[in-house]
Design a protein around this ligand. Structure first.
Ligand code: G6Q
Length: 532
């Protein structure tokens, strides 16, 4: 069991409150009188550099935040997660997405069994299948090569692969295109199917439960579209595969269970990218590269598990973020990848973070009286500069920002990358320093920038599968650390269930064209408007 420490009742929290009184009035630019600050507050790990010097922190802040982590038994909790304890207590499950990318340890025990053999079996199956499709050995029912992969899934069964296939497009196959259908709105399915030759298309039904309404509705409609053309149920076997934990439902759909790629309850939906859910990625970039991504994630797992908190990247990212959320009152965090390939990364982190830590009941079952997960948002940085950066520079809110960029570009054209890097640095410097009225030559108050806006700079050598795996794992562990300190359960998502239940009830009203009386007057009014 995880400990149940209310963070606000710890000694370090009280000390942090006192310390905040001093820090609330300092300006970060004064810290930079110390020429050693960058050296002191940056960490290099393999091909990644984190500079966290542009934060409103001192040695004392860091030391108190680490004390907080210790008082909240962080180390013990990390060990519990990696060793397969059932730390997802509200669902009585272990949390072992780290085992999916483990290549170092022969045995990882869950419920008394070593799970590594079955993980290795699925890896092998994914490799064989993706090799067969990519080489043309696996063909459609008329003998044509597969040229289109369509992943049908939602939430955790969509956002990871959708983000990664964009992020690693540079490494993607020229012969295979990947599409994603997630929204139950008939538009996505219509627009995607209209250009596809069914004989050259492979559908991946990605659903852990194989009961999710949107996914199953889309999957059955696609199946219908497919069968309208082939008029033979047997052809489904050559064009539909499943990634799921639910063999029975997969079979019921008509998918050969030989073509079901299994995963397990110890892998949460939003943490399932490295499970069979990543099959679209393996098909697109090849299994070897998929494995390189796993190795990147795995090296961060080892770093997270084995590095003291002073130099532990996910731990520091988490603690600094807690400093702003719980002491400065920051309500959101912005993710600013300057690499266009990472344009879906903020959306991916939005789910990872907000579904994991958007909780208000603590591990004692009591309502918390402190903030938990921030609102996560973001867009590619350069585009953001011409849209919402204004508010970060001169608005009234504190918005901690993560700036992310590659040292080397994947696509080198003229001076593009120099311009990109200059903007990256220019923005973080401006956010830190600001510009005083004295510096504004014409004393025009509208040109004053308050500065003191915190940023982390994350720079990787080049966007490779391995680097992407690292970035993903860094943020996963940051989220884990925060959940532990906030004394909440990060691996359930009860909040999304209720709306779903109501939707099912309303669906039958819509079908029958009636407005049942057990709704509020707004819902009844809207329902009446919609069905009349
Ligand atoms: C993630 C959530 C959620 C889930 C989707 C899809 O952690 O549980 O986003 O991934 O609801 O669920 P299925 O994979 O079961 O269709």
């Amino acid at each position: 069991m995880l400990h149940k420490t209310n963070p606000t009742k710890t000694k370090s929290w009280q000390k942090l409150l006192d310390h905040f009184k001093d820090m609330n009035s300092v300006h970060m630019r004064d810290f930079f009188a110390d020429e050693q600050r960058f050296k002191k507050y940056s960490i290099r790990f393999e091909d990644i550099l984190l500079d966290y010097s542009k934060n409103i922190i001192t040695d004392k802040t860091k030391q108190l935040l680490i004390e907080l982590a210790n008082e909240c038994n962080l180390k013990d909790s990390i060990d519990k997660m990696f060793s397969g304890e059932k730390i997802n207590e509200t669902e009585n499950r272990a949390v072992l997405h780290t085992a999916l990318r483990n290549f170092k340890h022969d045995s990882i025990i869950e419920d008394g069994n070593n799970i590594m053999p079955k993980i290795k079996d699925i890896r092998k199956k994914m490799r064989m299948f993706s090799d067969a499709v990519r080489s043309g050995e696996w063909r459609g029912y008329t003998g044509k090569k597969i040229k289109n992969i369509v992943n049908i899934g939602i939430g955790g069964s969509h956002l990871g692969p959708a983000m990664v296939t964009e992020a690693l497009k540079f490494y993607g196959s020229n012969d295979i295109r990947v599409f994603f259908i997630s929204n139950v709105d008939g538009t996505e399915i219509t627009e995607i199917l209209k250009d596809l030759d069914h004989e050259e298309t492979l559908f991946l039904i990605a659903s852990k439960t194989f009961t999710t309404q949107e996914t199953m509705t889309n999957a059955y409609s696609v199946r219908e579209w497919f069968l309208r053309q082939t008029r033979d149920e047997e052809t489904v076997k050559k064009h539909f595969v499943a990634m799921s934990t639910n063999k029975e439902k997969v079979d019921e759909f008509g998918i050969d269970t030989e073509n079901m790629f299994e995963f397990w309850d110890f892998v949460g939906g939003r943490y399932s990218l490295f499970s069979a859910i990543g099959l679209s990625v393996a098909l697109y970039i090849g299994y070897d590269r998929f494995e390189e991504m796993m190795l990147g994630a795995s090296s961060i797992d080892e770093h997270f598990k084995n590095t003291n908190f002073e130099n532990n990247i996910p731990v520091l990212l988490a603690l600094i973020s807690i400093w702003y959320i719980n002491f400065f009152g920051a309500e959101s965090e912005v993710i600013l990848p300057y690499d266009q390939y990472l344009h879906r990364f903020p959306a991916y982190l939005q789910q990872a973070n907000m579904e994991s830590n958007g909780k208000s009941v603590d591990r004692d079952g009591k309502l918390v009286d402190y903030s938990t997960a921030p609102i996560i948002w973001g867009e590619p940085g350069t585009n953001g500069q011409h849209s919402f950066y204004q508010l970060i520079h001169q608005g009234t809110k504190i918005i901690p920002a993560d700036f992310i960029v590659g040292k080397e570009p994947l696509n080198k054209i003229n001076e593009h990358h120099d311009i990109l890097l200059s903007n990256f640095l220019g923005q973080t410097e401006a956010l830190m320093k600001g510009r005083t009225i004295e510096e504004v030559k014409d004393s025009y108050p509208y040109k004053v920038f308050k500065g003191n806006q915190p940023t982390n700079s994350i720079i990787y050598d080049k966007l490779t599968p391995n680097v992407l795996g690292k970035l993903i794992a860094l943020y996963e562990h940051k989220i884990f650390v925060q959940g532990i300190i906030w004394n909440i359960y990060s691996f359930d998502q009860w909040g999304v269930e209720y709306g779903k239940q109501l939707a099912i009830k309303i669906q039958s009203d819509i079908k029958e064209g009636k407005v049942s009386q057990d709704h509020d007057c707004s819902t009844k009014g809207l329902l009446k408007y919609l069905i009349d």
